[in-house]
Write a protein that binds this ligand. Structure first.
Ligand code: C2E
Ligand code: MG
Ligand code: MG
Ligand code: MG
Length: 282
């Protein structure tokens, strides 16, 4: 009895392992196809001034229109894209796509001053050949680099610290702005605030959510805001889900924010920034 149960367990374990392996091989193959057939798209979430709710820019978020599974968010495929290095190619496409979006807003659009922020893998910073590819891409495609924000999270700086810092400086020299993403999610050393050339610090969603029942975090934000005036960065809060959180953030000195309360990420149809504009061309 015990023996057959044991064997049953073994077989079950074995099969689930095999299924996992198969699933990850399938995902890897499908990602390659996705790159070749351009199955990716960007959804944009507005970033607003919390004082007057004016839109100052957008964050571009990667989506995969999977032929069978439908629209996928990064949690379902980013790890594989990172692991295989495919993320590098994907993000070079992201830059090109964003350049087209910025261009379409350049004249006579309500967003002709807005920036677009993109998320980049730390791999761009630590592989010299990849960094120069990225730099060439930005030089070639982004006409107004001051309207591009590059977001990195602290995982980009865990290893190869010096290399990563050098990479950041080269990118900054292009005239783009740099943001530290997900601040407050991990260990988030203060070191990031003054040793790295970030102009924007993005407060992580989990940290923002905790404001609801942790007043101490409000003093942390107040302090981060104060430090920002000396170190030259500004705060953007992520994951604002209600009016109460928005008010608290604003009162603590956080100037900008994004979140479902303000709006959800949406696909923007290019050349159609607003319906009214489009009527002229109809
Ligand atoms: P992130 O950079 O921190 O982006 C913000 C995430 O929070 C997005 O998830 C967004 O949809 C979500 N979000 C915004 N407001 C709210 C809210 O009020 N409540 C909640 N619960 N969530 C909110 P998304 O689009 O699923 O992306 C997840 C992460 O994937 C991003 O986190 C970013 O780190 C990564 N990612 C997205 N696009 C790219 C990309 O092109 N390259 C790389 N390397 N990473 C990317
Ligand atoms: Mg981000
Ligand atoms: Mg990010
Ligand atoms: Mg974030």
């Amino acid at each position: 009895q015990a023996k057959s149960l044991g064997r049953g367990r073994y077989v079950f374990f074995d099969e689930s392992m095999r299924e996992q392996l198969l699933a990850s091989m399938t995902l890897e193959q499908e990602l390659r196809v996705a790159i070749n057939q351009q199955q990716f798209e960007l959804h944009y979430q507005k970033i607003s001034n919390l004082e007057c709710s004016q839109i100052i820019g957008f964050e571009a978020l990667l989506r995969w229109q999977h032929p069978k599974k439908g629209l996928l968010t990064p949690s379902e495929f980013l790890f594989m894209a990172e692991e295989t290095g495919m993320i590098l190619e994907i993000e070079n496409w992201v830059i090109e796509e964003v350049s087209r979006q910025l261009l379409s807003w350049q004249y006579g659009s309500e967003f002709d001053n807005a920036f677009i922020a993109v998320n980049l893998s730390g791999r761009h910073l630590t592989q010299v050949s990849q960094l120069s590819k990225l730099i060439d891409n930005i030089r070639k495609n982004i006409a107004l680099p001051q309207r591009l924000i590059l977001e990195f999270n602290e995982s980009a700086f865990e290893q190869h610290n010096e290399q990563a810092l050098k990479g950041l400086r080269k990118l900054k020299a292009l005239g783009v702005k740099l943001a530290l993403d997900d601040y407050g999610a991990g260990l988030s050393s203060l070191n990031f605030l003054y040793s790295y050339p970030f102009e924007i610090i993005k407060l992580d969603r989990s940290f923002v959510r905790s404001l609801k029942n942790n007043e101490k975090n409000l003093s942390v934000i107040r302090a981060l805001h104060e430090l920002g005036q000396d170190f030259g960065y500004r705060l953007v809060a992520e994951g604002i889900e209600n009016e109460d959180t928005l008010q608290k953030l604003h009162a603590a000195g956080c100037e900008f924010g994004q979140g479902y309360y303000l709006n959800r990420p949406v696909k923007i149809i290019r050349d159609d920034p607003s319906e009214d504009d489009n009527k002229h061309y109809a």
